[in-house]
Design a protein around this ligand. Sequence first.
Ligand code: SF4
Length: 279
Amino acid sequence: MEVVRAGVLGFCGGVRRAVAMIEDAADRFETIYTLHEIVHNQHVMEQLKDKGVILVDSLSEIPEDAAVALTAHGAPLPMIAAIRARKLNLVDATCPIVRDAQRVVAENSKSQRFTFIFGDRYHLEVRSLLSHAVVNAVATESIDGLEFPSEGRLALVSQTTKSLEALQAFAEKLIARLGTKTDLIVQDTTCPEPVARYRAARELAAGVDAIVVVGSPNSANTRNLHQVCQESGKPTFFLESAADIDGSTFVGYRRIGLTAGASTPDWVIDSVEQGFQQL
Ligand code: SF4
């Protein structure tokens, strides 16, 4: 069986940087606490656990003088303030692209511009963006039933993992509701990394019999990637690791396309590729 890799797959720059920062900090601190998964991937979290990274539910579980890590998604400002108030050692692995988006929201807030954040309001990154706006912002993925000021200075930004097309579609709906005379600016805070993986997966689909997406089901960008592959019309399979390969499922496919979400480490991708080559 031939395995063809997507041109872009696996860890994005922000996740690679966050893991490297936390591994580096693990050499300096015996234990590093985190309130959220550093990466939505069970294999990476197990490796980090072996290096002393412990996932906890609340700051109160973290002992005095310990180190606490923020993920690439960033963290809401009150949480960072609470970490500083306790004088814990902060390992801030917030992705620079998320930090840029936070800055845009903060500047809008400072200039009294109400900000719409197109994104999942329960997602950690979006909660961190909202915290930079103090009160004059709202986060949503749907315009239906949304309450907001219909006049004044307005801005629209996006959760970084949304596609530019999705942001534009949301902007069109918003403008249709507000009217074109409204002072609305659309600020592109999307990240090119997930989009590059979706584009590469579409290109891959054209030349293979089936596609395998590698990653964890709790990773939003991997689920999006799986959906993009399904939309290509090619049979699409979701695997967490090489242990999930069932040879009987892939009988009859000569060329398998391989892609992986931005939270899937290289060694898991490599082991899945080797698993298919041995069928
Ligand atoms: S997807 Fe983009 S914004 Fe998110 S962590 Fe990766 S590089 Fe940063």
